[in-house]
Design a protein around this ligand. Structure first.
Ligand code: AP5
Length: 214
């Protein structure tokens, strides 16, 4: 299973990727956003460069993203969340996978409306320690402000501030239809209605995968 999840900020890529690795055994999740945030937390040279782009809600340069993906992509089963976001990145991913002798099974496009995105991102909270995602209304923790898993403090991501959410949505809109067309033309695309509750979205994903189309 070699699958990519594409979709707007807040479409549920991270949430669904987690559910998928619980549901399907021996599959790894690779989230480019999470890898970047770990670099930022380490305060490495790379992390300091990444932070400027991420805090502004714009894409990190394609070459940087491709280098990180090449380093992290495994040859066995994976769910890649957050890459590619542009047609140039899709071409780079094809090249990286070809070099590794592997092929993509499916691009799952999580299709959401702007109003859903606004509600999800403004209500998202993330554990400072283990990075588990919550939502103050849709997926609240058992105790307000505290992570169910590790007891860490729940915080709001810098890029979940209203003005940055708007910018991320605009960046997404600019590239997305070309990216979707790229995978549609290669007969790899499945469009999933991601405005629904996470368990409903997951059911649709499972049925697409079980169809043998992924
Ligand atoms: P990244 O971290 O990947 O951010 P993003 O794509 O903007 O996606 P998010 O993490 O915000 O949303 P998500 O779709 O994973 O939704 P989630 O599951 O958390 O990237 C951050 C930055 O890194 C970028 O802005 C860019 O600078 C850089 N970057 C990353 N990849 C790059 C690339 N390829 N090239 C260049 N730069 C790159 O869900 C959101 C909330 O909604 C949560 O609270 C969740 O609990 C809730 N929720 C989710 N699904 C549902 C549902 N179905 N029903 C109800 N609630 C739900």
């Amino acid at each position: 299973m070699k699958i990519i999840l594409i979709g707007a900020p807040g479409a549920g890529k991270g949430t669904l990727a987690h559910k998928m690795i619980e549901r399907f055994k021996d599959v790894r999740q690779i989230s480019l956003g999470d890898i970047f945030r770990r670099e930022v937390k380490k305060d490495s040279d790379l992390g300091r460069k990444l932070k400027k782009y991420m805090d502004a809600g714009v894409l990190v340069p394609d070459e940087t993203a491709a280098l990180v993906i090449e380093e992290h992509i495994p040859c066995n089963n994976f769910i890649l969340d957050g890459y590619p976001r542009t047609v140039a990145q899709a071409g780079a991913l094809d090249e990286i996978m070809e070099k590794k002798g592997i092929g993509l099974d499916k691009a799952l496009y999580l299709d959401v409306s702007e109003s859903t995105v606004e509600k999800r991102l403004s209500g998202r909270r993330v554990c400072r320690n283990c990075h588990k995602n919550y939502h103050i209304k849709n997926m609240p923790p058992k105790r307000e402000g505290i992570c169910d898993i590790c007891g860490g403090e729940l915080i709001q991501r810098e890029d979940d501030k209203p003005e940055v959410i708007r910018r991320r949505w605009e960046v997404f809109q600019k590239e997305n239809s070309l990216l979707v067309d790229y995978y549609r033309a290669r007969k790899k695309l499945s469009v999933i209605n991601a405005d629904k509750e996470a368990d409903e979205v997951m059911k649709e994903i499972v049925s697409v995968i079980k169809d043998g189309t992924a």
